[in-house]
Design a protein around this ligand. Structure first.
Ligand code: ACM
Length: 497
């Protein structure tokens, strides 16, 4: 960034010249401008002097842009995403009103400067668990807006768990009617043993998913749907008992934790997994798809005649290997359908195709090992990037899943190294980027979601874009950014709390 002297003053209507293929990007910006400060945008060609000139060049990378503010605003980019980021930064350079809803502003003053910018990492993600608590389409779209404002570009949706299934699948109707309804939820810490006795339900229809997808497309955010199997399957088995390993009827689990009830390894269960994953993937054409694969206890398989017969047939010596049946089957099916496949790091405990991208959550070391063995990795280590952890050590911090000392302050997030410590430079190209996790056992409302996400996600955004400086340099910029968050209506955790 090169700061020049003086400012540029703009008025409504803002006259913008842009190629027709990028008009959609500018229309999104125009809607933001109208919604925030009531301004209009006029598309003009070269014959009128534009306020903003957007030029297509061929020397910018995928998400890169150059932004110059002088007698007018000039944006150079090679991709629509580059234009979108330049326009986001333009909003950032203006007053906070540009992030609000329904403010008024007669003139807009922008500092004269030149910026040349682009991200260090391609995968800059936020994960949201909609299984433990369901979030409606509007809340998800609102989160997408927040993600895009921080120049992040992936929203990983965790769509099922022991405590609820959140997407209607036509061939398996009981997922929507049975597996998506939980009779109650724990109150306070799991160990307290208290329940709220309030039914919790929610499930996305196909049009809901399409609304989310379209909204995300406009914000250059890729939705990464996750169906987590064969573990975390108690809600599925509550709806379809023959997919489980026992005879006892199960309910959609009303406790937090890891249920022992997993899918059996018979053909019908494998077909089920393939069916539902392919269906959900088909709602997001071309998107990467996450197949879960974490925390799959083998207790039931150890007692199962069927599991032992399958092991004998395949020459397996350890129940752990059975999980590989699901990983292989789902990976092959999704590949055929044109999707890239991601999974949690436990899939490496059984055989897993080299092309599966590993989400390293248990520790950065898992990411290092995955990269060293040739996998691409998305870093998600819980010690830094699980935002269901406490935001501070203070005694009045709201109940969170992990107890003290599992605390993650925004300062700690800011010091996170995306490249796993100890990873030899020759493997760095395997590190796609990183994502924060919003597990929702204790996040039931939009306000609480905001509180857990921010300001930590703002710190993360700078880390993953790739230019974190010192905490001392970030602190005042974060204080300034907090005013922007306030204008956006984000219920962030106050910085001086
Ligand atoms: C996980 O936290 N079980 C991925």
């Amino acid at each position: 960034m090169d700061v020049r002297s003086g400012t540029l003053t703009l008025h409504s209507p803002l006259r913008i010249s842009v190629e027709s293929e990028w008009r959609d990007v500018v229309e999104t910006f125009a809607r933001d401008l109208t919604a925030s400060i009531g301004w209009d945008v006029e598309f003009v060609d070269g014959s009128t002097t534009p306020d903003v000139i957007i030029r297509k060049v061929n020397d910018c990378g995928d998400e890169e842009y150059r932004l110059s503010i002088d007698e007018e605003v000039t944006i150079d980019a090679s991709t629509a995403a580059g234009v979108a980021y330049a326009l986001t930064v333009l909003r950032q350079l203006g007053p906070n009103a540009l992030w609000s809803s329904a403010a008024t502003l007669d003139t807009l003053e922008l500092p004269r400067l030149f910026i040349e910018d682009g991200p260090r990492f391609a995968w800059r993600g936020v994960h949201l668990d909609v299984a433990r608590h369901f979030f409606d389409v509007e809340t998800v779209c609102r989160l997408i807006d927040q993600i895009a404002a921080h120049r992040l570009n992936r929203l990983h949706l965790h769509l099922n768990d022991d405590q609820g299934w959140r997407v209607e699948v036509p061939q398996w109707p009981l997922l929507g009617s049975v597996a998506s309804v939980r009779r109650s939820s724990p109150i306070g810490h799991e160990g307290d043993g208290l329940d709220d006795d309030v039914e919790h339900a929610g499930c996305y229809s196909a049009p809901d998913l399409e609304a989310i997808r379209q909204h995300a497309l406009r914000r250059f955010v890729t939705i990464v749907p996750e169906i987590d199997l064969p573990g975390h399957a108690q809600a599925v088995i509550a709806a379809y008992p023959d997919l489980g390993n026992g005879d006892e009827p199960l309910e959609v689990w009303a406790r937090w934790g890891i249920s022992e009830h997993v899918l059996n390894v018979g053909e019908r269960a494998l077909t089920f997994a393939e069916d539902v994953v392919r269906y959900v993937a088909s709602r997001f054409p071309g998107s990467p798809v996450h197949i879960g694969g974490d925390e799959c206890p083998t207790t039931e398989w150890e007692r199962s005649e069927l599991a032992h017969a399958v092991m004998a047939e395949l020459g397996f010596s350890d129940e752990r290997q059975l999980q590989g049946l699901f990983t292989d089957r789902l990976t092959a099916a999704l590949r055929r359908d044109g999707h890239e496949v991601l999974a949690w790091d436990e899939v490496m405990d059984a055989d897993v195709d080299q092309d599966v991208v590993i989400c390293a959550w248990r520790h950065s070391v898992r990411g290092r090992l995955a990269a060293e063995s040739g996998h691409d990795v998305v870093m998600a280590p819980m010690q830094f990037l699980y935002f269901d952890w406490l935001s501070s050590d203070e005694v009045d911090e709201p109940v969170a899943l992990a107890p003290r000392p599992a605390v993650t302050t925004w300062e700690k997030v800011y010091r996170f190294s995306v490249i796993p410590p100890g990873l030899d430079e020759k493997y760095w190209h395997h590190v796609r980027g990183a994502q924060v996790q919003l597990w929702s056992e204790y996040i039931a409302t939009r306000e609480h979601l905001d509180y857990m996400a921010f300001p930590r996600t703002a710190a993360f955004a700078e880390v993953v874009w790739g230019n974190p400086e010192s905490l001392d340099s970030f602190r005042p910029r974060l204080a300034r950014h907090a005013q922007r968050l306030a204008a956006m209506g984000v219920h962030f955790r106050p910085l001086d709390r």
